[in-house]
Write a protein that binds this ligand. Sequence first.
Ligand SMILES: [Zn+2]
Length: 200
Amino acid sequence: MERVITQTLKDTIHGLWGGSEGVQILDMGVNLFHVIFLDDLHMARFLQGEPWLFDGHALLITCWEAEMRLEEIEFNTLRCWVQIWNLPLGYVDMEIGRAVGTHIGQVLEVDSRSNEQERGRYVRVRVNLNIHKPLKRGGLVPMRIGKVQIVYHYEKICDVCLYCGMLGHEHYACKDRVMDEANKVRQKNKYDSWILVHGE
Ligand SMILES: [Zn+2]
């Protein structure tokens, strides 16, 4: 499996600019790769394409420093686009998106098309998700007009547990669910599948 993912990853990265020049991919261990870009533009393009999915799993990416050792490198975040829905019509704009987005994770970018007429129903923000915390579903967000109930839709991520909201496993393999079942306190899934959307 590792070899298949390695090749798929290499093909994907090389395919981004039609060749192997400008990028080097080294196998560093089980499902661990060191990708060296010789050019900032190509690296930025790769990061902009995140999340990258291979065999139903998200590729976790971290930028390393030259003085770091392999065992010091941590994978804590996943960059993805999130749609913010249920905002009052007058609040569908970039400024509100940036403010609300901070409730989801570190905001990297707000889709500038959020203010365009044909969009109008939601704001798209690109955030750094903390992969060690459950996904935020939405909730009551304080605004000038009072608290507003909003919901989030996550684009192009998968492998999310609908029971506990963590990335990296499906609900049938959820340790929390198994433990709750053993303690006879199992609940319904806390998440609905509609929080995950394929794209815009
Ligand atoms: Zn779970």
